[in-house]
Each structure stands twice: as C-alpha cells, then as structure tokens.
Design a protein. Sequence first.
Length: 148
Amino acid sequence: MGLKVQKHNLQMADISGSTWKEVNAEGLSIDNVSLANTKINNVNMRDIVFNDVNLSGAKIQHANLTHALIDHVYMYGTEFHHVVFPEEGEANYHPEGQYKSIRFENCDLTKGQIKNCNLSNLEIEDCDISGLKINGVLIEELLKRVNS
C-alpha cells in the first residue's frame, strides 16, 4: 500500500486528539504550536532541531542521542540513568570501542551527584573543585597533600 501524498498548511487550527500512523512527515515546519501531552513512539527524528521549547517533565527513553548537542538549557532536577555506549549487536556498535567522548562544558553541577558510574579515563580540567568529594575524600585537601 503506497502513501497518499498530501500537503497540509494548517493555521489557527485545533487538531487535538488526532492520530498519525505510518505517515511520512519529513521537513515539517512547526511554529508557535502546543504539543503538550503528545506521545511520540517509534519515530525517526534524525537531525531534528528544537529551539525555544518547553520540555519540562519530558521523558526521553530508549533513545539514540549520538552526537546530539544540548546547549543553553535549564536542567535542575534532571536525572540521567543508564547512559551507555552501544553493545555488540546494536546499531552504531564499534568493536574497537572508538566513540566520541561525552563532554560537559561550562556546566554548573553544584551539589550534583555521580553514583555507580564508570569514570575510567575521565579528565577534569580548569574546574572549581572546592568541596568535591570522591568516596568521602575531599579532593582539594588530597591535592594539597600531594603537591606539598
């Protein structure tokens, strides 16, 4: 069954409660629209751009955010769980493990917590580490002792 090609230019319309199934909607331009309470499942959103959006309370689950850029966002109260590299048999898996590194830059992580994470080969550069503790050890004091 082929898709019926149609273009819809909706303005000042209420399409709440509509359902799209097996729809090609590439290249949409959505401006000044409420998508509150919308559920999006099994959707290819490669190269999508979100600008000036309210995603408070949003859940992103089982997502591939490889090479995504998240810039100038408010994330207080945000939690990250099970952030991993692809495993053998999954898309984007590289047997040599050569993946672009995850990077946090110019972020305020004050009073944040990192628990049960693999931080092997992690580099911390040009950061305020006052009060930073690793397994209860105050790193600032440890560095003073090492550098004395």
